[in-house]
Design a protein around this ligand. Structure first.
Ligand SMILES: [Ca+2]
Ligand SMILES: [Ca+2]
Length: 196
């Protein structure tokens, strides 16, 4: 049995963390969907609601769903399985592999971090709420109408990434402060995304 580390109590610190045994525990003020993960050298910075805890000597690729426990019932789902199912709270999904994944995010404002692992054969269903799919890095993929549904926000975090045909998504281009209004929650066009 590993250690349970209270996220709020550990705010601003670096903690030793065994991904196979330990657990980061978030009280009811936090939701998984507000979380971000960032690899900083050999450590992982976990930030939620402006609070950061750094996990020492671990990589994002090693982390498990069970490493994160949220009191509000929201969940973290990595694509270790190809069926990622969320809760009715604001959940966090993170793609690490270029396989075909089915995401059922459910109710509330979910965050789906696909990076450059977005495939036309993925099936990302945001469910209710204002969901955000975050794309970054270098990729070129012609999306089918079923690749992303019920997601109202598409965040492009790489300035090198061009996004074509997402007229029915709100597009937020980091650094350019540009966005388009949501016209529909379901894509009825075949958008194409590419980057150099
Ligand atoms: Ca959800
Ligand atoms: Ca949702």
């Amino acid at each position: 049995m590993g250690n349970i580390i209270n996220f709020a109590d550990a705010a601003g610190t670096t903690v030793s963390f065994s991904f196979s045994e330990d657990q980061l525990s978030f009280d009811g003020l936090f939701s998984a969907g507000k979380q971000t993960l960032m690899q900083l050298g050999s450590d992982v910075a976990v930030t939620c609601n402006g609070t950061t805890v750094t996990l020492a000597a671990v990589t994002i690729d090693e982390l498990l769903d069970a490493d994160f426990a949220f009191a509000d019932g929201s969940v973290v789902r990595f694509d270790t399985s190809n069926q990622l199912t969320g809760s009715d709270q604001a959940d966090y999904f993170y793609f690490r592999n270029s396989s075909s994944d089915a995401v059922t995010a459910g109710a509330a404002d979910d965050t789906i971090v696909v990076g450059d692992h977005l495939e036309a054969t993925d099936a990302i269903d945001g469910g209710g709420g204002n969901d955000t799919v975050t794309v970054s890095g270098s990729l070129s993929v012609a999306l089918s109408p079923t690749t992303i549904t019920e997601a109202s926000g598409m965040s492009i975090t790489s300035v090198a990434t061009r996004c074509i045909g997402f007229r029915r998504f709100r597009i937020a281009l980091t650094g350019r402060k540009r966005s388009h209004p949501v016209r529909s929650k379901r894509a009825s066009v075949a958008p194409h995304i590419s980057s150099q």
